[in-house]
Design a protein around this ligand. Structure first.
Ligand SMILES: CCOCCOc1ccc(-c2cn(C[C@@H]3NC[C@@H](O)[C@H]3O)nn2)cc1
Length: 447
């Protein structure tokens, strides 16, 4: 077997998000979010699941920090529930919301774990959605003002900030595909929102710099890879459009101050054009300290007229799949990382999410999730290959610490290193937890 030796200075972590693990949805002054509304809309989430209780991490955070500590994790990536801090999205601050995140961050620091804070992980205050949400440019200022509150409150405790998680999911998945909250299906609306998200990101980075806040700031786009089935130009172009949908559309403005022209033209023929206001692109192009990259899957694909938004269809390559039916494609991880490095330069990279859905259950107090271990083995090997080829990856967060509320899939899909019994809220370390613990401790593993 091959030995995979990871860089000695590579940092390791685990990631979660507020709505997916906290619960306490109606406690201590928290306001409604769009995911509370969406989850309670019949037919939107499997089994009608919602985040009212989730993993109850709001109350059990000490137990969860202990799991992170025992893992040997250097870092913990969590997100802040905006409506816990500002129940109406703007206006009066909810002190009990701030107090919770101080408890969590203080516990992390006490245990020697670096807190990495995501400011927006999809739980927009419903009060802002009622005024148009991300389609309303006023939400841009609301987000930056919320971020400023967090920057000032936690300066000195939190040194790594992520503005927005997976802007593609927030814009296109949630407002064109319609699978996530608020569940619109309008390409022009989704494109408008993608632009407002990038302006909000850039304006928040600028506020962070103008305030002279100590620390680093970035954002965390999600990615995919489509490998052309042939070297025919139509297959290459179709795959480029699908890759650019998630990557170039959200990287080009931040790193080069413009939208990718091939996608602008494609959207134009679909009747979609962006309304860019004076100064927007300069705001978006603020220098960032790092970029978070989320990678789960990719595939081989080819041109097919009329297939999806980009005349592109996935090929059935008979790849093994996870239990959420995503192809297991570690080659795509290498391709994404080397593509981004070549096209967008040497900004430090953190893998802010990578992981797999396997729904193994507890048997004799064990969870034998070999599928997840094999997924992590092949993807960390692809990561090591990427770093060897010069990609500046500084850290890796496994998604996720705990099984949790997997959005429209509810609690049916499990991504955790730790199994959740949602009836008793008991946590059980899976075999993958112990495997990852060894990788963190030793820095190498048998592929
Ligand atoms: C074309 C039809 O498509 C229907 C569904 O399409 C998707 C695409 C992508 C996802 C998706 C889910 N995740 C994992 C999360 N990342 C953030 C964290 O909160 C994890 O829970 N990443 N991407 C879901 C659904």
């Amino acid at each position: 077997m091959a030995i995979i030796q990871l860089p000695k200075d590579l940092k390791f972590g685990v990631a979660t998000a507020a709505y997916q693990i906290e619960g306490a949805a109606n406690e201590d002054g928290r306001g409604e979010s769009i995911w509370d509304t969406f989850a309670k809309t019949p037919g939107k989430v499997v089994n009608g699941d919602n985040g009212d209780i989730a993993c109850d991490s709001y109350h059990r955070y000490k137990e969860d920090v202990q799991l992170i500590k025992e893992l040997g994790s250097d870092m913990y990536r969590f997100s802040v529930s905006w409506p816990r801090i500002l129940p109406n999205g703007t206006g009066e601050v909810n002190q009990k919301g701030l107090d919770y995140y101080h408890r969590l961050v203080d516990e992390l620091l006490e245990q020697g774990i670096e807190p990495v804070c995501t400011l927006y992980h999809w739980d927009l205050p419903q009060a802002l959605q009622d005024k148009g949400g991300w389609d309303n440019r006023e939400t841009i200022d609301a987000f930056t003002n919320y971020a400023e509150i967090m920057f000032k409150e936690f300066e000195g405790k939190i040194n790594k900030w992520i503005t927005i998680n997976e802007p593609w999911c927030v814009s296109f998945l949630s407002n064109y595909v319609g699978a996530h909250a608020p569940g619109n299906q309008d390409l022009q609306l989704a494109a408008n929102i993608s632009h407002h998200l990038l302006v909000a990101h850039g304006q928040t980075v600028k506020r962070f710099r103008d305030l002279g806040i100590d620390g680093e700031i970035g954002y965390a786009p999600n990615t995919t890879w489509k490998e052309p089935f042939s070297n025919q130009q139509k297959d290459i172009d179709a795959c480029q459009r699908e890759v650019g949908y998630l990557i170039d559309w959200f990287f080009e403005p931040v790193f080069h101050g413009q939208y990718p022209s091939y996608l602008v033209d494609w959207y134009k023929q679909k009747g979609v054009t962006l309304k860019i206001e004076d100064g927007d692109m300069e705001v978006i192009q603020q220098r960032i300290d790092f970029v978070g990259i989320n990678y789960y899957n990719g595939n081989v694909a080819r041109y097919k007229k009329g297939s999806g938004l980009f005349d592109c269809e996935d090929m059935d390559m008979d790849y093994k799949r996870t239990d959420i039916n995503w192809p297991i494609y570690p080659e795509g991880f290498y391709k994404v990382l080397t593509y981004i490095h070549k096209k967008y330069g040497d900004t430090p990279i953190y893998i802010t999410e990578n992981g797999a859905c396997f729904n193994d259950e507890v048997k004799d107090n064990q969870v034998n999730d070999t599928g997840r271990i094999n997924y992590l083995k092949t993807h960390l090997a692809a990561l090591q290959q990427s770093i060897d080829s010069g990609v500046p990856v500084k850290g890796y967060f496994c998604w996720s610490l705990l099984d949790n509320f997997e959005w429209a899939e509810g609690y049916t899909m499990r991504f955790g290193l730790v199994h959740m019994n949602y009836r008793t809220l008991e946590r059980t370390k899976k075999e993958s937890y112990y495997w990852y613990q060894q990788v963190i401790r030793n820095g190498w593993y048998d592929l």
